[in-house]
Design a protein around this ligand. Structure first.
Ligand SMILES: O=C(O)c1ccccc1NCC(=O)[C@H](O)[C@H](O)COP(=O)(O)O
Length: 260
């Protein structure tokens, strides 16, 4: 977050908020929210991540043909593509997202540490359909304001929670999509059962995504049985040479009516 705040100072100096807002004002705004429309279809949906590196795993993909990866995900039928745009710890770039959004017809998530409205306007300008809002790093006031700003720009927002109190905060802010992160952002431990446990706290009308540490067909089968709407998968797919084959393998234990 400190690195992001520092970077924002430079980005705002290079492109002031007022100018960025003018760029965004020229873009169409629809209220059809394609990502949410996808997730509302029956079955367990995949949000596949374009992830070069991470703080917990270091360099994951030395060879990183990000656009081809996104195209492969699209051909495999994913419902969303998550693009890490944070440069210092994930080796991401906002330019990766804009290139993917311009060339792939699947809703794209800007996966970043959103700590300022400027980043929401950047996401819109880059062609994202979805942003990430992490409960643990925002005040309740910020969470509600950023959610409302995103919706007003026609962007969906995944509100990320890690425990019961954060799920309650996401609900209080008016989240339409709650992402339960299995990864503890304080120590990077991953407990796959976190999303299964917190599923019970989230009403069926709120969309829910299980995030992080999803690796096996048994994981996917349990999440499908729990009627979770989506899974966000990064490392497992990034390490697979054949993305479509890996997705087919992951869904091999899911009954056809629960798969998407
Ligand atoms: O991935 C990390 O090491 C990480 C560390 C600290 C904050 C966030 C982190 N990851 C962002 C994500 O949420 C994941 O990239 C995403 O959920 C996919 O996780 P995985 O399938 O385990 O790659």
């Amino acid at each position: 977050m400190a690195a992001t705040a520092k970077r924002l100072v430079a980005e705002k100096a290079a492109l002031p908020l007022a100018t960025l807002k003018q760029q965004v004002a020229a873009l169409p705004v629809t209220q059809d929210f394609p990502f949410e429309a996808n997730l509302r279809q029956p079955g367990l949906h995949v949000i596949a991540e374009v992830k070069k590196a991470s703080p917990s795993k270091g360099l994951i993909a030395p060879d990183f043909p990000y656009l081809q990866i996104a195209k492969d995900y699209a051909v495999a039928g994913v419902s969303g593509i998550s693009v890490l745009t944070e440069p210092d710890y994930f080796q991401g770039q906002l330019a990766y997202l804009s290139t993917i959004a311009a060339n792939v017809n699947v809703p794209v998530l800007r996966k970043d540490f959103t700590i300022d409205p400027y980043m929401i306007y950047q996401a819109k300008a880059a062609g994202a359909s979805v942003i990430l809002l992490i409960v643990a790093i925002l005040t309740p006031h910020q969470l509600r304001d950023y959610l409302n700003l995103a919706h007003s720009l026609g962007l969906s927002a995944i509100v990320e929670a890690h425990d019961a109190a954060e799920v309650a905060a996401a609900q209080a802010a008016g989240a339409r999509i709650i992402g339960v992160n299995n990864r503890n952002l304080k120590d990077f431990t991953v407990d796959f059962h976190n999303s299964l446990t917190l599923r019970q706290q989230i009403p069926a009308e709120t969309l829910m995504i299980a995030e992080s540490g999803i690796q096996t067909p048994a994981d996917i089968a349990q999440l499908a049985a729990a009627k979770i709407n989506g899974v966000l998968i990064g490392e497992t797919l990034m390490r697979a040479p054949d993305k479509a084959a890996k997705l087919a393998e992951l869904f091999s234990e899911v009954p056809a009516h629960d798969a998407n």
